[in-house]
Design a protein around this ligand. Structure first.
Ligand code: GLN
Length: 201
C-alpha cells in the first residue's frame, strides 16, 4: 500500500487542516460523512472540534456504530483533541448523553487544563518521533487521567502546572493526542499515523 487512503471524519471540526497534513504525509485523504465513504478508507482521522457536537452528528449521520465496528475490527484511527475524546472508553466532564467510539482503554477529562488557560503551547517529547520535541498547540484540550494495560503512553507535558499530564497515547492501531499537530505544519505525527496505516494494510 504505497499511498493509503485515509479518511477524515467530516462532520465538524478542523477537517481541512487534517486533509492537508495527511496529503503532505503521503496519504490520499478524503472527507468521510457517510457510511459508504467509511468503507473505502484504510484509516480514519477524527479531528479537533467539539466532541459533544461530533457525537450528536455521528449518531444522526448513522456513523457511530459503523465507526465503532471498524475500530473494533482493527482499522487504524487517530484522534486529535476532540478526536481523542471520541476514541476514549471513558470521558469525565462530558455531557451525560455524549457517546464515542470506545477505542482506547483510557479515561480522559474534557477541558482539563482549566478555563484560565483555554489555549497554550508547550513542547512535548513524543516517543517514536524523530527530531526535536514537538511544539504542541492545546485548545480547550483534554488530558488522560487513566490508561489501561494495553495503552502505551507516548507523550507527557514536560513542565509548568500541568507537568507530567499524559497528552499522547497509542493502543495497537489507535493513536490519540490532546493537542493539534494539524495546526502547526509539523507533519511528524501525521507521518507516524500514515506509516501505521500502511503497516496495518
Ligand atoms: N473541548 C473540546 C471538546 O470537548 C475539544 C477542543 C478541541 O478539539 N480543540 O470536544
Amino acid at each position: 500500500m504505497a499511498e493509503p487512503v485515509v479518511g477524515v471524519l467530516a462532520l465538524q471540526g478542523d477537517v481541512r487542516e487534517h486533509v492537508r497534513a495527511l496529503t503532505g504525509s503521503g496519504a490520499r485523504a478524503r472527507g468521510v460523512r457517510r457510511p459508504e465513504e467509511l468503507e473505502e478508507v484504510d484509516g480514519l482521522v477524527i479531528p479537533g472540534g467539539e466532541s459533544t457536537t461530533m457525537s450528536k452528528l455521528a449518531d444522526e449521520f448513522g456513523l457511530l456504530e459503523p465507526i465503532r465496528k471498524r475500530i473494533a475490527g482493527g482499522m487504524p484511527a487517530y484522534g486529535s483533541c476532540a478526536g481523542m475524546i471520541m476514541l476514549a472508553t471513558e470521558v469525565l466532564d462530558g455531557r451525560p448523553d455524549q457517546r464515542g467510539f470506545d477505542g482506547i482503554e483510557m479515561t480522559v477529562r474534557r477541558n482539563a487544563f482549566g478555563r484560565q488557560v483555554d489555549s497554550f503551547e508547550a513542547p512535548v517529547e513524543i516517543d517514536g518521533l524523530p527530531g526535536p520535541r514537538f511544539h504542541a498547540v492545546f485548545i480547550r484540550a483534554p488530558w488522560v487521567e487513566r490508561v489501561g494495560d494495553e495503552v502505551q503512553v507516548l507523550g507527557r507535558v514536560t513542565d509548568g502546572p500541568a507537568a507530567d499530564r499524559i497528552v499522547a497515547v497509542r493502543q495497537g492501531n489507535l493513536l490519540a493526542t490532546s493537542f493539534h499537530p494539524e495546526l502547526t505544519g509539523d507533519l511528524r505525527v501525521h507521518r507516524y499515523f500514515v506509516d501505521l496505516v500502511r503497516n496495518a494494510g
